[in-house]
Design a protein around this ligand. Sequence first.
Ligand code: FNR
Length: 370
Amino acid sequence: QIPPLSQCLNLYDFEVVGKQVLKPTAWAYYSSGADDEVTMRENSNVFGRIWFRPRILRNVSNINFATTMLGMKTTMPIYITATALGKLGHPDGEKNLTIAAGKTGIIQMIPTLASCSFDEIVDARINDQQVQFFQLYVNSNRAITEKIIRKAEDRGVKGLFVTVDAPQLGRREKDMRMKFDDTGSQVQNEGKDDVDRSQGAARAISSFIDPSLNWEDLQWLRSCTKMPICLKGVQTWEDAVLAAEAGLNGIVLSNHGGRQLDYARAGIEILEEVVTALKARNLWKPTFEVYIDGGVRRATDVLKAVAMGAKGVGIGRPFLYAYSAYGPDGVVHAINLLKAEMEMGLRLIGAPTLADLTPEMVDTRALGSH
Ligand code: FNR
């Protein structure tokens, strides 16, 4: 009873279809945010307070939005971010995302808590050129983490994104009301034996995450790998500055899709203060990339972020819904919709390339200051 894929005209349409096809337990896990979900809603709402200042008469016959992330080529400044438990929505889990990312030339971030094994996700690459990043939860048992990192590097992963906004999993009550007993939800994580299944999917899978992780551990991480290392879940300019000073390769301004601290601000909202703080300290350099994620649903959201200084943006839930309903074709379609929106957006803004998209082309006054 779901509509044909061609009737999905934008990313919001996949959420409607996702709710139709997903089991209640899976819908609860994918769609939930923390506490009262204020941050989750705000992630999307904030984009509504940023306006364009389009320029005219700029020869926009040819539009090009190809770019790089951590030095790797991508067809647009959007990547598929890490989301755990991919098989809750579809038996092929994260492989759906790998195939779609490969076909459309964008980068996928593989989650530590994938339902498919890491090798299965790597083996699903459509060719040798396909680029993948890896999202890392640091285990209390550091030897396990070192092994995971080494394996990622061996198998050609091009960047490590260490999640730093989840020393404890947020309280997602929709998810907690569901007993986590779904067979499709096995995660490939060593040291997960004593899970508590009465508290929803999130709690059941996350008990191994090390809450003692701190800035001094970054040196250890750096010694484990030659891959570029970024922090995922930076939420203030102060921490952005510390990350740059620590010699990391980048950060993702993110609140984990509103699933961790409720009333954390949206990534797009703190982008401006982060860029200002980095510039003031001479830390704004091409070797330190700033990404955002959370609530990105339209190419105009992406263009706002890029104009304000983001190297790219991550998108999570819409791709989960897309493959839950339509498999990899759904994700390809979603990405192609975004590509069409990107082309139109850049043309109407008067920026034929991403380099032409400057901070003056957005009006952020309605964001206010904090
Ligand atoms: C996530 N996210 C996430 N992040 C992470 O670092 N490790 C993880 O295991 C997960 N798992 C996860 C599961 C699900 C179901 C969701 C929706 C999200 C957070 C994710 O990477 C990203 O920050 C947000 O999803 C971005 O927001 P949108 O695009 O979903 O609004």
